[in-house]
Design a protein around this ligand. Structure first.
Ligand code: ZN
Length: 166
């Protein structure tokens, strides 16, 4: 009777385990720096290591369940510890890149049995927005995206003009 030993699939590479998530994150970042130097040059190395560490920790930990059965809630034990006040929060969505981390962060929120709202980082004050206010945010952000695209176009045109003059 023969035993077949499964072979790892070609193309899949695993990072060797490290004693801590931070050390594993440092290895991941070192590899990105080695293989994508142009991308890595734009990063704040320390911030990137912290971000990767947090992502690895989040991925490795089984998600807690919301004790009140909100399927969209992350079930964070800290915001459900007080029996008189449960704050339900959905996963945080944000933009992360060379311009910064956790930019434009937003998540769903519900205080006890109050209406579900959209919490948005704003100026760091995290106002809770209802549906109408969320629409205003989305509309304004779409307009802002147009302005960003126009600025990007202006930047490209000015850079091209500078190169031509030289
Ligand atoms: Zn909850």
């Amino acid at each position: 009777m023969s035993t077949t030993v499964p072979t790892p699939e070609a193309g899949i590479q695993t990072v060797p385990a490290a004693p801590t998530y931070r050390e594993l994150a440092e290895m991941v970042v070192a590899r990105i720096t080695r293989e994508m130097p142009a991308f890595a040059a734009k990063l704040n190395q320390a911030e990137f290591v912290t971000l990767v560490t947090r992502s690895l920790q989040r991925a490795a930990r089984p998600a807690p369940m919301c004790p009140d059965g909100r399927t969209w809630c992350t079930g964070d034990p800290a915001s459900h510890a007080d029996p008189r006040e449960h704050v339900h929060r959905g996963p945080e969505q944000s933009m992360n890149g060379v311009y910064g981390f956790d930019v434009m962060a937003a998540h769903l929120v519900q205080w006890n049995d109050d209406a579900v709202q959209l919490a948005f980082v704003g100026m760091g004050e995290w106002p809770d927005l209802d549906l109408k206010q969320a629409d205003e945010l989305v509309d304004d952000m779409a307009a802002h995206l147009d302005r960003l695209r126009a600025l990007r176009g202006q930047l490209a045109a000015l850079q091209t003009a500078t190169k031509t003059v030289r």
